[in-house]
Design a protein around this ligand. Structure first.
Ligand code: MLT
Length: 406
């Protein structure tokens, strides 16, 4: 991401509410001041005037993380999180200088407008400052990584501690879209598993196994020169990580287990996998996801965020049929991982949606208890896909955990 500059600003008493906290309107003003200050110190405050355009704010989302008080000195870091032809997204991270506490994180989307308010392409002189064009909203071009008999599509962003995000079934790397955008202080690495999305899909059943999925993760780390990573798995992603822990424990610096469980499938669950395999072979991806969807999302998500169901359908649509069949066989045959988890000696965060029907909060709590000192958190109003259903709460848990790592 292109940096827009870092600015330090003091909170004035008149910017605070009756309890002495920096108020919301003042925070917005402060962000605006930070942007103008960054321009003043760089290309000049008249940058837009000079180029005959005006950046009109179209949308601002702010997550308040901690109160700030009068006389606090705040550091505002601003980066270009996305740039289109006529719009750009700036990401602000506001920290208190005295203790480095994050006060707020904000994304602001601007439309480049001409004098009469019509959208107009960002002029070349400004575009050069903003850096290369990336889709606004942050979806990134994956790199290609060879892994055994396939090539994997891997989204790699940022610098810092490497965090490897492993998606569940039948999702793809975009299930982490919000965390990949938000966790700007770490190196985010998110592959599509084999058989899914931009990754290669071996045609036969022997192209898929727990071992192969886990070895693919090692190939990704090797290709990026990463010796050890924080590994973060959602559901089936967790099962793959359990295998990584058994065979490649030295590659795991810390663990994040989301909406997952250590138990193997029951006899009944195995039967369900076989039925779903037949559905996949006979009717394809759409039929598979329609069967699964009612159990994946919390009632609250279905009512208040109907677009999330659409996103889940899109991810399922990016699976190949061999990929679905291979994953279902692996899910059916995977071993119990309880003993593996008992042996974990790295910092661990377990999180689960309050309404998760597939890996329930009780199951997740019991799993956390297997691991010495594991943190356990329930994400309210989320089902089986907490990172997508409650992105802010999930990202915050991840950020807090990552910040606390030695
Ligand atoms: C997943 O989200 O990966 C699946 O729900 C895992 C499972 O069915 O066990």
């Amino acid at each position: 991401m292109t940096s827009f500059g870092t600015v330090e600003l003091t909170v004035y008493p008149y910017e605070c509410d009756a309890y002495g906290h920096l108020n919301q309107a003042a925070l917005l003003t402060l962000l605006e001041r930070a942007r103008w200050d960054a321009l003043a110190r760089g290309p000049g405050m008249d940058l837009f005037d000079r180029n005959g355009v005006w950046p009109a704010v179209r949308k601002a989302t702010i997550e308040y993380r901690a109160p700030a008080f009068a006389r606090d000195l705040l550091r505002v870091e601003t980066t270009v999180a996305g740039r289109g032809t006529t719009s750009m997204t700036l990401r602000h991270v506001v920290r208190r200088v005295s203790d480095d506490a994050t006060v707020a994180e904000a994304d602001t989307v601007f439309l480049s407008t001409a004098r009469l308010g019509r959208a107009t392409p960002i002029p070349p002189a400004i575009a050069r400052l903003l850096g290369p064009r990336t889709p606004v909203g942050g979806s990134h071009q994956p790199i290609r990584v060879p892994a055994g008999d396939v090539e994997l599509a891997v989204d790699v962003r940022g610098e810092g501690v490497p965090v490897l995000f492993v998606h569940g079934f039948p999702f793809d790397r975009t299930v982490w879209r919000h965390q990949l955008a938000a966790l700007s202080r770490v190196r985010r690495i998110a592959p599509d598993l084999r058989g899914v999305g931009g990754s290669g899909a071996p045609p036969g059943a022997d192209g898929y196994s727990l071992t192969r999925y886990a070895d693919d993760l090692v190939a990704v780390l090797d290709a990026l020169g990463v010796r050890q990573a924080v590994v973060c798995g959602l559901s089936m992603g967790g099962y793959v990580i359990f295998d990584l822990l058994r065979r490649h424990p030295a590659r795991v610096k810390a663990l994040i287990l989301a909406d997952t469980k250590p138990q193997a499938d029951s006899v009944e669950a195995k039967r369900g996998r076989d039925e779903l395999t037949q559905v996949a072979q006979r009717e394809g991806q759409d039929a598979v996801i329609e069967r699964l969807l009612p159990r994946l999302l919390a009632p609250d998500t279905l009512t208040n965020q109907p677009e999330v169901a659409g996103q889940v359908r899109e991810m399922a649509g990016r699976w190949s049929v061999p990929g679905l069949v291979g994953a279902l066989r692996m899910l059916r045959d995977r071993p119990d991982s309880t003993e593996t988890l008992r042996g974990v000696r790295v910092p661990t965060l377990v999180l689960v949606g309050s309404e998760d029907e597939i890996a329930s909060p009780d199951t997740a709590r019991a799993m956390a208890r297997l691991i010495p000192d594991a943190q356990y958190h329930v994400v309210p109003a989320a089902g089986h896909i907490a990172p997508l259903e409650q992105p802010l709460a999930t990202s915050r848990l991840l950020a807090d955990f990552l910040r606390g790592l030695p």
